[in-house]
Design a protein around this ligand. Sequence first.
Ligand code: COA
Length: 195
Amino acid sequence: MTEPTTPPAQVPLPPTPILETARLILRPLEARDVPATQRIFPRWEVVRYLLDRVPWPYPADGAATNFADCKAKRARGEQLYWAITLKGGDDELVGRIDLRPDDGDHEMRGFWLDPQLAGQGLMTEAAEAVTRFAFEDLGWDELWVTNAASNRASSRIKVKQGFELVEIRAGQFVFGPDDREVWRLTRAAWLARGG
Ligand SMILES: CC(C)(COP(=O)(O)OP(=O)(O)OC[C@H]1O[C@@H](n2cnc3c(N)ncnc32)[C@H](O)[C@@H]1OP(=O)(O)O)[C@@H](O)C(=O)NCCC(=O)NCCS
């Protein structure tokens, strides 16, 4: 018997929308973001807690290679990529946030920010906008995300957003092995918090 070839209901994803928060504009990632990515991303404080599929040391063409991969996934409707930019700024990328349906890995969202801008609540703001989009516009029922247990800032964002810690697995990160926290937020819980 032939296996069904119908993709999961969430794929292909719609075009990446522009999302606006109090201090940020999240716009679709573009080729012009490669130089800013190559300048900001390859730093130990940005990459250390990311999954070890991130190449390290980061090659000179790392951002360009990654962008080509993002573009292909985007074209297949598999993942959405936002450049995080400062409202009232020069429209230059200062970080990135991604969203995709669960493929079993429970890694539906990823994000990183220019370390110079950390600690101001900006990624929580971006994560809230993307969460709203996932639940309200895409109609998803759940959001699953993970982080290295040592990555307390990332963990804290999940707590602030109302995620529930459901599992701890073994993980391999750029800095080495660590516990990998697995979190879930249901649309029902998110709505109960007032969206
Ligand atoms: C993780 C990251 C996105 C956070 O961005 P940010 O804009 O600084 O995050 P926010 O300010 O919205 O929230 C961070 C929270 O963690 C807290 N925090 C930061 N460092 C912490 C630490 N070492 N221990 C405990 N809490 C910490 C902050 O105080 C803040 O909580 P608060 O609002 O209650 O004070 C940013 O540090 C980053 O890009 N890191 C590198 C990439 C990365 O690790 N991505 C996530 C992979 S899962």
